[in-house]
Design a protein. Structure first.
Length: 162
């Protein structure tokens, strides 16, 4: 009975989350967590914990607790693209952009076909495409050309503002 109750709250939370109703999502996820605790579960469902953390942040509550919930879910959950994606989103939304990009890069290696990870990585990664596309971004030729391109762009911005 409690699993059905928890699952119902979790589904309602996901529906609210998809609609951008962060407060409603948070309330549903909290109800699902309470139902789990009431049933004597020692560890909450990790996807539930992860979405709870992200909803907590987006509803304007404690960023520290949001990060803690998503980190705990990812640490305990192992390889799960949803946990990875939610952790990266929490990092990005709390100003830890480089950490978010690192998590997404790792996620892309572990889950190369996951569209959510690829989409979030593209959204956060504001770098231009490599100058020589068939070479890796880290190839010395691309690094040198990228620095040159950035230098020229910096000069042209300074000329416009002067």
């Amino acid at each position: 009975m409690v699993d059905i109750q928890r699952d119902g709250h979790f589904r309602r939370g996901l529906d609210s989350f998809d609609r951008g109703e962060w407060g409603m999502a948070l309330a549903s996820f909290e109800s699902a967590l309470r139902a789990e605790r009431g049933a004597g579960a020692l560890n909450p469902d990790l996807r539930l914990l992860s979405f709870y953390g992200l909803a907590l942040l987006r509803a304007g509550h404690s960023s520290r607790e949001a990060v803690r919930a998503c980190e705990a879910a990812t640490r305990r959950g192992g390889a799960d693209p949803i946990l990875t994606l939610n952790l990266a989103r929490v990092y990005a939304e709390t100003g830890r952009r480089s950490l978010a990009l690192s998590v997404l890069e790792r996620g892309r290696r572990e889950f190369p076909s996951h569209g959510g990870i690829a989409g979030e990585l593209a959204r956060l990664d504001r770098r231009s495409a490599p100058s020589i596309r068939f070479l890796s971004r880290n190839h010395p030729a691309n690094v040198a050309l990228g620095k040159l391109r950035a230098s020229i762009a910096g000069r042209s911005r300074r000329a416009v503002t002067s």
